[in-house]
Design a protein around this ligand. Sequence first.
Ligand SMILES: *Cc1c(COP(=O)(O)O)cnc(C)c1O
Length: 433
Amino acid sequence: MANLTPFPELSYRHNELFLEEVSLSQLAKLYGTPLYVYSYSALVKAFSEFQNAFKERDTLICYAVKANGNLSLLRELAALGAGFDIVSAGELRRVIEAGGDAKKVVFSGVGKSQEEIKYALEVGIFCFNIESEEELFRINQCAQDLIKKAPISFRVNPDVDPKTHPYISTGLKNSKFGVPFSTAIDLYRKANQLSHVLIQGIDCHIGSQITELSPFIEALERILGLIAQLKELGISISHLDLGGGIGITYKDESTIALNDYANELLKRLHHFPGKLIFEPGRRIVGNSGLLLTKVEYLKESPDHRFAIVDAAMNDLVRPSLYDAWHEVVEVTQPSSIPSRPLDIVGPVCETGDILATNRYLMAQSNDLLAILSTGAYGSSMSSNYNARPKAAEVLVYNKDHYLIGRRESFTELTQRELTDFFNQTSLTKNKLI
Ligand SMILES: *Cc1c(COP(=O)(O)O)cnc(C)c1O
């Protein structure tokens, strides 16, 4: 039978799957499929749990916008007191448009452009998480041009193995992310000589979907060692940012309890009086959302059974990209289990367009399936490949449901493209760019 334990807001009622008090069949009828559905209660619970675990200290929880940047979700998180971890100007615009506070934003990412840096300086973000020496000099120059001082932190690579998928490990010494541990002190010294940066913090982010505590503890201990060395050089650090990366349960993996995470970290932080920052993404939204999809066809080949559904890799790329596993459940609970498994695939013209393999589901055409744990890195990684419009998004709360993202229209799919290019004069060209 389906495992609904990681998803307490989901339940079968008279054999029909409900998220909170809302029937998913009903939502499919009203909004169509594929459809992302989020639970407001699950979102608030996940964020509050994080907040409460650290309430004894001055803590800023900067939700990682890239996990799911839907404006309504950002707005609700901002209302709960969240700051935001961003990796582009586009994400900063989203935060501001959602009513988030720029003064609670940390800006991560290895490739910040001059325009992005200047925009962040103009709106007055909390801190830049610098990822290279060249970036330090660029930020100093941009701040000088604007006659401002840029608050900075270095994202240090503590070289610990987070024991997760290699594509989402970011803290090893040959990673493209962060600055090597061995160069950190030297970089802080250089930053200390610059006129338009203000050293504020130190940070690391070692990877994603981490299910063991030890890599976080190891990373913290290495960072605390650096803070002590910096202190001897007269460089004081006012905040410590441990990044995000805490895993969630997708299948049956046991993951980190937030209270254990907080206790283990806090007992090592007695001698660090400053502000604590965390950048969780997946842990806040991952198990707050699901992707509802309809079976279009069943298809048998000699050794395989396929359910071809109306969602595809353009809606949810994690299985194709990382070989990620998502629980899939029937929206109408079947009374039996089939003898042969099937693969759930989408309509996109790629062999890799797979959503789940080897599932014992009684799926028939027109049946609805729910792909669970898709609140994070689902909608935000979606694309228009095969000219497929992006799925609609709905938020449920108790008995109510709210549209928080319209289904993309075919008009929207093509409206930025120009077909009269031969008639463009240099004058109109300049206006178009
Ligand atoms: C992606 C990312 C996060 C969030 O990671 P999760 O695994 O979703 O918690 C936090 N910080 C940085 C710098 C990131 O790149």
